[in-house]
Design a protein around this ligand. Structure first.
Ligand SMILES: Nc1nc2c(c(=O)[nH]1)N[C@H]1C(S)=C(S)[C@@H](COP(=O)(O)O)O[C@H]1N2
Ligand SMILES: [Mo]
Length: 184
């Protein structure tokens, strides 16, 4: 260490001032970085469709209302109630994101699957083939209403419903994202 540096840092007052200055600079930097961030999006209800798709999408509640609507009447095996869900078919949403359908669904796409994730971390998979109308008539839909009313906080705003399954285990409450996954 040079004599000059030793002299400077040997003086406690200088070291203290130096540290206060450094702390202030850090604080100023943090505040300005925060100010530059875009404001938090007001939580408009939405979910994402992404992964191996040609046109990743963010679907809002309004987008869903504007798409062709489908209604299913189904017995919920859990509560033994007949429920009417309304929403948009999952196949139609995937088509909007550019997922190949019909004759174009071949080769590696036959092993490609759709991961539906909820805000509580629950995840469910469907293969693309079981959502393709050229292979099977799927009635799986992303619903936004139950018995005519918007879905509540613990279920919605979006709920994936697979009406023909015996247990509602692949029904996904609070859908947050739909990701197309092509395995290696
Ligand atoms: N988001 C989310 N959806 C979910 C689950 C979950 O834990 N989280 N559990 C699943 C299972 S295993 C079942 S049987 C049904 C239960 O539905 P219910 O809780 O609405 O009766 O929801 C399915 N959907
Ligand atoms: Mo379950």
């Amino acid at each position: 260490m040079s004599l000059r540096r030793e002299l400077i840092f040997a003086r406690p007052a200088f070291a203290t001032h130096f540290m206060i200055l450094a702390a202030l600079l850090l604080l100023a930097h943090t505040l300005s970085a925060r100010a530059q961030q875009p404001p938090q999006q007001a939580s408009t209800p939405q979910f994402k469709i992404g992964g191996a798709v040609s046109a990743p999408l963010t679907i809002t509640a309004a987008d869903l209302k504007a798409m062709p609507r489908k209604t299913v009447k189904v017995l919920n095996a859990h509560n033994q109630k007949t429920e009417v869900y309304e929403g948009v078919s999952l196949a139609a949403l995937l088509q909007k994101a550019g997922v190949p359908q019909g004759e174009a669904l071949r080769g590696a796409l036959m092993a490609t699957y759709v991961l539906v994730e909820a805000s509580d971390g629950y995840r469910v998979a469907f293969s693309l083939a079981e959502l393709d109308s050229g292979i099977i008539d799927s009635d799986i839909l992303v619903a936004d209403t139950l018995d005519g009313a918007p879905l509540g906080q613990d279920e919605g705003p979006f709920k994936l419903v697979a009406p023909h399954e015996k247990r509602p285990a692949r029904w996904v409450r609070m859908v947050r994202s739909i990701t197309v996954v092509k395995p290696n």
